[in-house]
Design a protein around this ligand. Sequence first.
Ligand code: KG4
Ligand code: ZN
Length: 343
Amino acid sequence: MIDGTEIWSEGAPILGIETSCDETSVAVVHGRTIKSNIVSSQAELHRRWGGIVPEAASRAHVEAIVPAIDAAVQAAGAELGELAGIAVTNRPGLIGALSVGLSAAKALSLALSKPFIGIHHLEGHLLSPYAVTPQLPFPHVCLLVSGGHTELVLVERLLEYRVLGQTRDDAAGEAFDKAARILGLGYPGGQAIESAALGGDPRRYPLPRALLTKPTLDFSFSGLKTAVSRLAGREGSNLNVTDAAASVQEAIVEALSVRAIDAVRQAGARALTLAGGVAANRTLRARLARECERDGLSFIVPPPELCTDNAAMIALAGSLRLAHGESSDWSLEPEANSPLPTN
Ligand code: KG4
Ligand code: ZN
């Protein structure tokens, strides 16, 4: 087992590559310090279809990856030759999109004679709080909320994970995205709902908080989408979109917060971390900060730009795993679905 503080102080920089979905991102991380983190978003490209088109995403990654590598190395004031290794997301995600980053990592590894390591995207999110603290308390619970996943993970020790609860249907980010589409707020939906909700009344439209009365740490958000759809149909042009957005946000934030605090209590942990794209949401961050303070728990959340997809979190995870003596070989493939690694 490796100790957090000891690894961060040593070694040469690591290059991180993330192309699992609709962001082409490349970062250089030295120890725990983020030297550069270039994120080239495809949001504009996919907006016209109201969601991600996998084929278009792959092509956009192909165009963006080499310039992003150049930009990240240059912004870090680094040289490719001084890298200790390359970390790349190889799972889970869109196969075509993942393949672009993985091919780039393999090519760099071959050309530079440096090791590379495939990283699980969710492990990147889970380790992103290290960007703001040299050490995380163990055990802690991570509320991991993104566009594809909603999980409560018990981190027993460094790189050792146990899933305590997860969504039974839609992910929290997906719920934001679907509600935004119904309310005509566009894509991507999380940020659109957050902006539209400003000044709105979160109690105006009662929406379901599924499973909150049940003895489980799981989530369910598909009923929320149906309820928002019915609400929009019933109210028609009378719908107050600001209040509707605030009510949707409140329903999701409440379901996530109540379960996260339950999980910390049940696991006997003293700390909660928050990660993934939905962790950028200010209402969620503020509510969890308040509840953790009330209960005497530490609460750690990275800045919003490190919550949404980025390569710095992948480089941080790679830095730990390479220091752990791990690396990948040429047979490494992209995987569309893959559970979180449990050591
Ligand atoms: O982690 P992420 O960038 O990509 C995945 O791994 O899925 O998460 C993307 C999700 C999207 O569903 C997006 O709507 C949501 O995170 N999101 C937000 C906010 N910013 C991004 N949800 C709520 N509030 C936000 N400010
Ligand atoms: Zn993500």
